[in-house]
Design a protein around this ligand. Structure first.
Ligand SMILES: [Zn+2]
Ligand SMILES: [Zn+2]
Length: 167
């Protein structure tokens, strides 16, 4: 796990712009993780993951496409979307629906399907690790007769910096 520096067990904030060594390490961990699952972290998928790691926050697909085009001028949207689909399918990346963006799971290869809280202004994401809360909420949802479509729950908010800006 690459994000072991956090001392707060219940809320992990975005890794921010990681030093290059950490990104390299994160990519190595992701690579090994995919291999274990007989999945292939192709150079393209790896590049998209590394762009998300560099960004350190939820990032829109077209921003990723712009970044890709700086390296590979001919990149077409489907290539980025397919890479994002893959990264989501192996649970390395979360899709953040409220702002239509993507962010690397803060636990990278150990997602606990916690509760995501998303800054609606800058895209910073924190993952709240509360299995009890999550479980209780899912039970309550089921008691209404509904089934949750996806494992993770996403809440909207403003991060510390953006809250300070509006005050
Ligand atoms: Zn996660
Ligand atoms: Zn913010």
């Amino acid at each position: 796990m690459f994000n072991t520096s956090s001392r707060i067990p219940t809320a992990r904030t975005a890794p921010g712009s990681l030093p290059v060594a950490d990104i390299t390490q994160a990519l190595q961990i992701a690579h090994a993780y995919c291999q274990e699952r007989s999945e292939l972290l192709t150079p393209l998928r790896k590049k998209v993951l590394s762009l998300l790691l560099q960004s350190g926050r939820a990032t829109k697909a077209y921003t990723l496409l712009d970044e890709m085009r700086k390296i590979h001028p001919g990149s077409a949207p489907p290539t980025v979307y397919r890479a994002l689909d893959f990264l989501q399918s192996v649970e390395l990346v979360h899709r953040i629906e409220s702002i239509n963006a993507f962010s690397v799971c803060h636990d990278l290869t150990h997602c606990r399907h916690g509760i995501l809280i998303v800054c609606q202004s800058c895209g910073e994401v924190a993952e709240v690790d509360g299995p009890g809360v999550h479980h209780e909420l899912v039970n309550k949802i089921q008691s209404t007769g509904f089934t949750l479509v996806r494992g993770e729950l996403e809440l909207k908010g403003f991060c510390v910096k953006c809250t300070a800006k509006t005050m």
